[in-house]
Design a protein. Structure first.
Lengths: 307, 465
């Protein structure tokens, strides 16, 4: 009886020591891991585009980070709204990183019958890997062969900027514009900067004047152009920008602040290299009276009003 | 009331504003979507005829057709192949050629659909984006994506909404003022009329409504006042009638009571017999009174039974029945019928007989002994005319309008002596009036003789049924 109890006690102690050892190894191993946030791209809920999912990726060696990102990508999304693009059976055959240019070779399970889906999977890999610092471009191949495009060519190296998504903040459509607003009771104009995405065919001048009408996003500044002002059109010929506003511009904007309103538009527009002068039109016509100002003529930049 | 009007009108105006703005919104967006979709399809068709997936070639080939369709607009056009690779972009500054351009609508177009989307999160301005597939021999080879700012539509809708709200507020204010005016003009007098009607229904017949102007409300007020006046008159008559009936009943009852009390103390059988005879006389008086009241009550109910009757025999019967009374006073009754026969008239025989009897009886009662009563029957095209002329003391002019009132007597003590109830002429007047006729009284000479004239219409439709 005593012998049996002794054997059981020894076995229990051995099991506890084993579990403790495994736990310590795992903790030690995890503690040695580095972590970084990456954008992993998956199919969106409506299956019409790819969307980023911010994930924390562990890695022990910077060279292993792209591989870990790719493995996480192949493991699928964590957000239930997202859907996997890469088959679970896909295997990473090779990954070569040459000074930020990565070549990813995958097994044939990567390819789907739907070529559009294949392209989206390639784009998700490119966008995901390019979210790692130092990765410039990515090329995806299947068993050493390039992914065929509709024109019979293959998909080569792609950068993140080559793939334009509606959710991208910075793209080739993004422009920095300068807008002049005032501060309370200062009587001066102050320059602010704003990023705008020109998604349609409107000229950048349109976004500038619209931005002035919408007002500043910073609390310290105040708008000088009334929100009810309507912008009809903006056209630039040579170096003159013709700003066509509805009569609400002269009706809704206070007469005392007329110089600030005029020069906020003129100074903001003349920040563009191709514009030196501004002509105001009210409902398509040249008019004289706006507060105490005569806006019949062409206006040039006024640096004295800048605070 | 006014609050309810204003709430209903305000709700209607809000609904009108919301519906109008929604309709305008729908209409403008539908129009814009249709226009942009049409342009996308035109571009898709023209680029499919010069299709090339090489961006360097496609830029040149697509430029003409895309720019033709989009000239004069601020719509951005992008043509992609089915790998989302941009083959042509109208926005040169975006440098998108050869790059991948993925949008939700483009995915749908590459799946063969014509997709439309309104997106206000992509850029600062609200954007309408459409995409249609480019097909060659039934195969989708790419897509055309068009994007247009819809800020101007929103501005238009916003302006329309502002105008509608201002218009609605103005309408609400005007309607509020008009409602207040209407309330002052209509509702307030109506409330006064309602209050007056309530008071009248509670028996306050002196209540009157202030009537001003000549409108429907004023007419209603006048009608209420007339009703109150009539009710007041009826109520006065009723009170007087009750008072008179009480008085008329009380007098013989008091007499009977006194006689009975006296009888108790008298042992002489002869005296008792005389007293019992007096009681009998008083009871007869009471019976006559009650009988007359019953006749009046029936007349008040307006129930008459019409039949064709000849007036001449009726008058002759009245004279025959009164002959014994006349003989007692040595009064001679003359009957003078101008014609041999008269056209029959529709009358309630008993009631008209009662009327003629009462007038003749009244004339006999007030005629002096040895006097006369002249009863004449005449006829013209419209009426049967019956006259009763006596040589009594006559009726003063100022009393003539009262003698047909119930319980009205010229000489109260004399009337009682003659056994009059004060109801005979009232019954006569109401019976004649119920047949659409009239009864008047005049004097033969000053302070001598009276002539009662009864006119009964020959046309039966004038009879009050």
């Amino acid at each position: 009886m005593k012998k049996r109890q002794l054997i059981m006690s020894v076995c229990g102690l051995a099991a506890i020591i084993l579990i403790a050892a495994v736990t310590i190894i795992l903790i030690t191993r995890d503690m040695g891991m580095l972590r970084t946030s990456c954008e992993l791209y998956f199919m969106n809920e409506s299956e019409t585009s790819i969307e980023a999912e911010i994930r924390e990726i562990k890695y022990s060696d910077a060279n292993r980070l792209p591989e870990n990102v790719l493995i996480q990508l192949m493991n699928g999304p964590e957000d239930k709204k997202h859907k996997r693009l890469i088959s679970r059976d896909t295997k990473l055959l090779h990954m070569i990183n040459e000074n930020g240019k990565i070549s990813v070779d995958l097994s044939s399970e990567f390819l789907d019958d739907n070529s559009a889906k294949n392209m989206q999977a390639v784009y998700s890999i490119v966008k995901s890997l390019c979210s790692i610092n130092g990765i410039i471009s990515v090329r995806v191949t299947v068993r050493g062969e390039g992914i065929p495009t509709t024109d019979g060519k293959t998909v080569g190296y792609l950068t993140a900027s080559d793939i334009n998504l509606s959710t991208d903040v910075y793209t080739s459509e993004t422009n920095m514009i300068s807008l002049y607003f005032t501060k309370k009771d200062s009587g001066k104009l102050y320059k602010t900067s704003r990023m705008v995405k020109v998604a349609d065919q409107q000229p950048i001048e349109y976004y500038i004047v619209s931005g002035l009408i919408k007002g500043p996003s910073e609390k310290e500044y105040e708008a000088v152009v009334n929100k009810e002002t309507e912008l009809i059109s903006v056209d630039t010929e040579e170096d003159i920008c013709f700003v066509n506003l509805s009569s609400s511009f002269v009706e809704k904007n206070s007469g005392d602040k007329a110089p600030l309103a005029v020069y906020s538009i003129v100074n903001s527009l003349t920040e563009l290299s191709n514009i030196n002068r501004v002509q105001f039109l009210i409902d398509g016509k040249k008019v004289h009276k706006f507060g105490d100002m005569d806006i019949f003529g062409i206006y040039q930049r006024n640096d004295e009003i800048i605070g | 009331m006014v609050t309810t009007y204003i709430v209903i009108i305000a709700a209607s105006l809000v609904m009108l504003t919301v519906c109008t703005v929604n309709m305008l919104n729908k209409s403008l967006y539908s129009s814009e979507k249709a226009g942009v979709l049409a342009k996308a399809n035109i571009i898709a068709q023209t680029v499919s005829e010069v299709w090339s997936t090489d961006p360097e070639i496609s830029t040149e080939k697509f430029a003409l057709s895309v720019q033709n369709s989009l000239s004069g607009t601020r719509i951005r056009g992008i043509v992609v192949d089915n790998s989302y690779r941009v083959l042509y972009d109208t926005s040169r500054g975006s440098e998108m050629s050869g790059k991948v351009f993925i949008r939700d609508v483009l995915k749908k177009s590459l799946d063969g659909e014509q997709a439309v989307m309104i997106n206000d999160s992509e850029a600062e301005s609200k954007m309408l984006s459409v995409a249609v597939p480019v097909t060659i021999d039934g195969q989708t080879v790419g897509g055309v994506y068009l994007a247009s700012s819809v800020d101007k539509i929103d501005n238009t809708i916003s302006s329309a909404r502002t105008s509608l709200i201002i218009f609605s507020v103005m309408i609400a204010v005007i309607i509020g003022m008009v409602s207040f005016g209407i309330s002052t003009i209509i509702t307030a007098p109506m409330a006064e009329i309602r209050e007056a009607a309530r008071k009248i229904s509670q028996g306050n017949f002196k209540t009157r409504v202030k009537v001003s102007g000549q409108n429907d409300i004023a007419e209603m007020g006048e009608a209420i006042n007339y009703m109150a006046q009539e009710l007041e008159l009826i109520e006065d008559r009723r009170r007087k009638f009750v008072s008179d009936v009480s008085h008329e009943l009380k007098t013989p009852m008091t007499g009977i009571k006194l006689i009975c009390d006296t009888c108790e103390d008298i042992d002489d059988p002869q005296m008792q017999k005389e007293f019992i005879s007096d009681i009998s006389t008083e009871v007869d008086r009471l019976s006559r009174l009650v009988e007359k009241l019953l006749i009046l009550s029936r007349l008040d109910e307006g129930k008459i039974t019409l039949e064709l009757a000849d007036i001449k025999p009726m008058i002759e019967k009245v004279v025959r029945n009164l002959m014994p009374v006349a003989k007692k006073k040595n009064i001679r009754i003359y009957t003078d019928c101008r014609y041999e026969s008269y056209p029959p008239v529709m009358v309630d025989y008993d009631k008209m007989f009662e009327a003629f009897y009462n007038i003749a009886d009244n004339a006999i009662k007030y005629s002096p002994e040895g006097g006369h009563l002249h009863v004449g029957v005449d006829c013209d095209t419209e009426n049967i005319i019956v006259t009763f002329e006596d040589n009594g003391p006559g009726i003063p002019a100022e009393e003539r309008e009262h003698i047909f009132e119930r319980f009205y007597r010229l000489d109260d003590s004399r009337a009682r002596d003659t056994g009059g109830t004060g109801l005979g002429l009232a019954i006569a007047k109401e019976a004649v009036a119920a047949h659409g006729g009239s009864i008047t009284v005049d004097s033969v000479k000053e302070k001598e003789g009276s002539i009662f004239t009864v006119e009964l219409p020959l046309r039966s439709e004038e009879v009050q049924l």
